[in-house]
Write a protein that binds this ligand. Structure first.
Ligand code: ADP
Ligand code: MG
Length: 445
């Protein structure tokens, strides 16, 4: 059964995706359940996150209902045979350049498909990309730390892996680790439980490049912050490269100790913003080539226009189209796309935009949208503007600089200030609290 599924998956995924994520899986079937074993947590999480639906649909289909459930676990089904292991190891120790590189990549937890070549440049990510390339070339000396922030699905993780990949490709000896903050936390807890905290410390303090993703997950985890603080200092003093990512500006990550927050801003802080239409089209075309699918221009344009929130969604739309068109044997047209992506498009349309917020707030306070964007500081305009900015921060996935820009080119600190002010006012002023609630209700329906 699993062999049949992998054959089908092979058609839907690129070779490198297939080899990296599907090949390492082992399967066992028992009483209506297919258990898939991944060699490590990284692979397991990745597969679950990216391919769970696809795998489940395929397996349920192929087994004609015999399998009702697919689970993902870490582990190996049976030990590989003694001889086998030997031959694998000896191959790795012969100086085969590719296999040492792949081993380094695996040790570093890097996904090879996330590289600079597969990263499409656009206005929204230009600076983040350029800074990342520089760090790939001069780790430890260009900027330290590099802090990349932006909304979900905009390419932060991709860039971090690309930095790591570039560094080990240039220097196999470089000791690189990519780790998600949640993983850092759980590994640390496990190390504490097993009295292995010294080992844990040594592991992180001897790296040349530490790529640590989504640091907002450190919020409120004091012991992990403490540990990470020392790791950070050790690496920083030794001029080893640190790259951090987060969904918001360093100063805005709440639940973080001040000493960490300020350190995060010591080097270079760059934003990734949602891609504009042209970039979305370029990304779709690039992904279509990787998926070996034929994507007509009008369809690429149609998807790019309708799916605006993030790149992960764009990719999801494309995969869905490819799978459906292959499955049904129907060529991809705009009509077909409309049909295949209907639910996704409805969800996209429901998302609140800054424009809608501005319209709703202007209508509520009986002023004009242009007043909100103007430089007027009069109370009757400034207060609604602050409310609108706060709503934009709460309800949309736009970054603070983007929100500032959408309000007549203000800067991100103005948005931060507005949000603080409104929170304060809502607590003390029932009128504002009432207005805010009404607006929330209007916008969310
Ligand atoms: P984030 O970490 O910001 O949530 P990811 O790095 O996981 O986002 O990106 C989500 C998906 O979008 C990934 O599959 C990634 O390869 C893709 N992606 C993001 N930005 C780009 C880009 N500029 N060019 C090509 N693919 C991109
Ligand atoms: Mg990410």
């Amino acid at each position: 059964l699993w062999d049949q599924c992998t054959n089908l998956l092979k058609q839907d995924l690129t070779d490198s995706e297939f080899n990296t994520w599907i090949m390492p899986l082992q399967a066992s079937e028992e009483e209506g359940r297919l258990r898939l074993f991944a060699p490590n947590r990284f692979v397991k999480d990745w597969v679950k996150q990216h391919y769970e639906k696809q795998i489940a649909t395929l397996c349920l289909g192929v087994s004609e209902g015999r399998i009702e459930h697919v689970s993902f676990e870490i582990g190996a089904l049976r030990k590989r045979q003694e001889n086998d292991t030997h031959s694998v190891e000896s191959r790795a120790s012969e100086a085969d350049p590719d296999s040492t590189l792949e081993k380094r990549r695996a040790d570093a937890c890097l996904n090879r498909t996330f590289n600079f070549d597969s990263f499409v440049e656009g206005k929204s990510n230009q600076i983040a990309r350029a800074a990342s390339i520089q760090i790939g070339q001069n780790p430890g000396t260009a900027y330290n730390p590099l802090f990349v922030y932006g909304g979900v699905g905009l390419g932060k993780t991709h860039l971090m892996h690309a930095i790591g990949n570039a560094i080990i490709e240039a220097n196999r000896e470089a000791h690189v680790i990519y780790v998600h903050s949640e993983r850092f936390v759980s590994d640390m807890i496990r190390a504490l439980q097993h009295n292995e905290i010294d080992k844990f410390k040594r592991l992180y303090r001897r790296v040349n490049v530490l790529l640590i993703d989504d640091v907002q997950f450190f919020a409120g985890k004091d012991r992990s912050q403490e540990e990470f603080f020392h790791t950070f200092n050790a690496l920083f003093e030794a001029q080893q490269q640190i790259v951090l990512s987060s969904d918001r500006f360093p100063k805005e990550v709440s639940g973080l100790e001040e000493r960490l927050r300020s350190r995060f801003g010591w080097g270079l802080t760059v934003a990734i913003e949602p891609p504009d239409l042209e970039t979305r089209v370029a990304i779709l075309n690039s992904k279509a080539t990787m998926l070996q699918m034929d994507l007509p221009d009008d369809v690429a344009f149609f998807i790019a226009k309708r799916v605006r929130s993030n790149i992960r969604e764009l990719e999801g739309a494309l995969r869905r189209l490819a799978a459906n068109s292959r499955f049904l044997g129907i060529p991809i047209t705009v009509e077909f796309a409309k049909d295949a992506l209907r639910d996704m498009l409805v969800a996209q349309d429901k998302q609140v935009s800054i424009e809608n917020i501005q319209k709703a707030v202007a209508a509520h306070y009986k002023i004009r949208v242009s007043d909100l964007l103007s430089s007027s500081r009069s109370r009757s305009v400034a207060r609604p503007r602050q409310v609108a900015m706060t709503l934009a921060k709460e309800l949309t996935k736009h970054s603070l600089p983007e929100i500032g820009k959408a309000f007549g080119g203000r800067d991100h600190s103005t948005v931060i200030h507005a949000a603080r002010k409104v929170t304060e006012l809502r607590a003390g002023d029932t009128m504002i609290e009432e207005d805010y609630k009404i607006l929330l209700r209007t916008l969310q329906n």
